[in-house]
Design a protein around this ligand. Sequence first.
Ligand code: NDP
Ligand code: VSD
Length: 335
Amino acid sequence: MISWWIILAIFMIFLIILYFASPLITPKALKLQSSHVLVTGGSSGIGKALAINVAKRGANITLLARNKSKLQEAKVEVEKHFLNKDSQSVICISVDISKDYEAVEKAVQQAEDKFGPVALLVNCAGTSMTGVFEEILPSEFKRMLDINYLGSVYVTRAVVPSMKKQQLGRIVFVSSQAGQLGLFGYTAYSASKFALRGLAEALQMELKPYHIRVTLAFPPDTDTPGYAEEQKSKPKETHLISEVAGLFSPHEVAKSIIEDSTHGKFFSYMGLDGYMLSCLTCGMSPVISMMDATQQVITSGIFRVISLFYLDYFDRIVQKCKLERENIKDDKKTS
Ligand SMILES: NC(=O)C1=CN([C@@H]2O[C@H](COP(=O)(O)OP(=O)(O)OC[C@H]3O[C@@H](n4cnc5c(N)ncnc54)[C@H](OP(=O)(O)O)[C@@H]3O)[C@@H](O)[C@H]2O)C=CC1
Ligand SMILES: CCCCCCCCCCCCCCCC(=O)[C@@H](N)CO
């Protein structure tokens, strides 16, 4: 009996050592004061909250999006949060990141001419759509990939050369919890967000020797104009399933993304479900903190067991909604 207590005590001491040793091996936090932060999709929702967060940290900010008046409104709002009004500024560049690589490269060049090489790039521009697979237009699958995946490739491709020269930088890809597991209604969207994972994992291995760190963020449902738009056509199943993880504010999501990326973490997640999902789907993602790696090793078995209960709950939602639909059809036929 006593030997079990000794093993437990050794294990606890090991965890405590890891906890204190982790900051020594994780990269130092990148200071954003006076540096150049480029946020795609910075005119709305999570992107705008990210811009506000880095404005408070003293950064110069480039906002990239298509709609000029929305960009201008966001600029005015972001400027209100400057740490130092005399030395900081915001520029807006209107470009569609999903279409023409040359146009994206020109926009990035224009931003770097003004503020110097990008120190932190946040690929946040994106869009979502939900629906039952066979009811989604084939062109929608392409649109999701063009904006959510290729848009991030293009901007990152344009930023990396100068970042490599500086041998310093951070790159964030905003995926989603729906980029960690596939759910009813998200066939087109999830695929585009899963694609970002392959990109982020491969790219981080290339950029690590240049002291550039890549972060992959998995936000849960977040209260933004994009989310409000998504609600309009969401199947009931998708609604009931995603309700499980709750609704977060864009500012809390932005805060955690900036904290994690400035500290060079590979995963950025929110809430208990986010923590469990990230441990469970860690795969062969890079190890930045020994503390995180230990938690992944210890928890993955038990989280897999918990996930089976979640999956069963989701399957029951899908079954219940199917029956409801069939009953509605039958009622219509008989009436
Ligand atoms: N809200 C949520 O529940 C969650 C969102 N996410 C992800 O976070 C990101 C932001 O979402 P959210 O804040 O809700 O979205 P919003 O719709 O509120 O904002 C999207 C932003 O991206 C810009 N954008 C869209 N398409 C393009 C394009 N082709 N070229 C350039 N800019 C573009 C928009 O500006 P404009 O239209 O003017 O171009 C806008 O600034 C997305 O990638 C989304 O998938 C992830 C998890 C949850
Ligand atoms: C141990 C296992 C734990 C499992 C927890 C599972 C929780 C699943 C919730 C998924 C929510 C999907 C959010 C998508 C958000 C998004 O990207 C859109 N809103 C974009 O607009």
